[in-house]
Structure formats: structure tokens, C-alpha cells
Design a protein around this ligand. Structure first.
Ligand SMILES: Cc1cc2nc3c(=O)[nH]c(=O)nc-3n(C[C@H](O)[C@H](O)[C@H](O)COP(=O)(O)O)c2cc1C
Length: 167
């Protein structure tokens, strides 16, 4: 089974969750930032998992990405803005034939979220989603992840794999 986890991350929280999900799916799983996830890396994936932070109540838009790029003076660490957004990446995703799954990192209480938009894009590209999307919590605006979230992410990855194995 080929499994690929693709993520957007500016302060590292979503990247850490992506790695934990991949650990749960299995050792062969590719974990890739958007610019690493080119056509050949994703081609033939049986399971495509995509995740992003919730920024501005949704999947980050170009406007939010610009705000992130300008957040250097208020954020505790400079953001990584070197990778294309997941939104842009999903817009260019070629058609595939695998299963899809979406996850997000977010504060505990927020209206809106990112996983709905991610799921719709995955489904349009031929990766139907099923089951509950992954929602992983940070304790502050820039992180860190709440205690136990990486374990929960690993278990979510294990459950994805189990679902695929019985399908
Ligand atoms: C500018 C900004 C806007 C944010 N907006 C939201 C939001 O609307 N809802 C939410 O749940 N979290 C929001 N957050 C928290 C982020 O989703 C959270 O810190 C996320 O884990 C960052 O992921 P990253 O470290 O992978 O970039 C926001 C954070 C920042 C810096």
C-alpha cells in the first residue's frame, strides 16, 4: 500500500502531527511538505492524507498566507513561508484513485475549520474520504500542541490504515 501524508505548516505544529499520523499508518509512509509532494510522489497513492492549520477560521487563503508572512514581529518564531499553501497544492492535484483523509491543527474553540475544504478538494480529485477528519489542538495561537495530541494523531493514522485494510 502506498500512503502519502502532505501538509502545510508555518510553525511546525502541523508538520509534527503529519509525522505522527504517518508513524501510525506505517513505516513506508511518505511525509511531505507541499513542495515535496510533486506529481510522481503522489502518483499511485492508495491513501492520500492532507492537513493544514486553521488560519482565519478556515483553510488558509492567499490573504492569510500574506498575513502569516508579515507576522514576524509578533510571532514567537519566524514562520516558514517557503512552501506553497495546501489550498494551492490541492488546486493542482492530478486525478488519482485512492482513499483520502483530511486533518487540521487548531485552537480548541474556533468557528470554522480547514478539513471540510480539504475533503472536498480530495474528493474532486478522486480520493473519496470517509470517517471522522482529524482535528488536533494547540494550546496557544502559535502552539505548542496540547499534551497527548501526537499520540492521538498516531492512533488516528492507525485507524486510517485499519479502515483501508478491511475495505
Ligand atoms: C494568524 C493566525 C490565525 C489563526 N486563526 C485560527 C483560527 O481561525 N482558528 C483556529 O482554530 N486556530 C487559529 N490559529 C491557530 C493555528 O491554527 C495553530 O497555531 C496551528 O497549529 C498552526 O500550525 P502550524 O504550526 O503548523 O503552522 C491561528 C494562528 C495564527 C498565527
Amino acid at each position: 500500500m502506498k500512503a502519502v501524508v502532505v501538509y502545510e505548516s508555518h510553525w511546525g505544529n502541523t508538520a509534527r502531527v503529519a509525522q505522527a499520523i504517518a508513524d501510525g499508518i506505517g513505516p513506508e509512509t511518505l511525509v511531505l511538505a507541499t513542495d515535496e509532494a510533486d506529481v510522481s510522489a503522489v502518483s499511485g497513492a492508495d491513501l492520500l492524507v492532507a492537513g493544514a492549520p486553521v488560519l482565519g477560521f478556515g483553510l488558509p487563503t492567499e490573504r492569510m498566507e500574506a498575513a502569516v508572512a508579515n507576522s514576524g514581529s509578533v510571532a514567537p518564531m519566524p514562520p516558514d513561508t517557503t512552501h506553497p499553501s495546501l489550498r494551492a497544492w490541492l488546486g493542482d492535484l492530478p486525478r488519482g484513485r485512492g482513499q483520502g483523509a483530511a486533518f487540521e491543527t487548531r485552537v480548541r474553540w474556533s468557528p470554522g475549520g480547514a478539513t471540510g475544504a480539504i475533503e472536498r478538494s480530495l474528493e474532486r480529485a478522486g480520493y473519496p474520504t470517509s470517517g471522522t477528519p482529524g482535528k488536533f489542538i494547540v494550546t496557544g495561537r502559535y502552539g505548542p500542541l496540547r499534551k497527548g495530541e501526537l499520540d492521538r494523531a498516531r492512533r488516528w493514522g492507525e485507524a486510517l490504515k485499519a479502515r483501508l485494510s478491511v475495505a
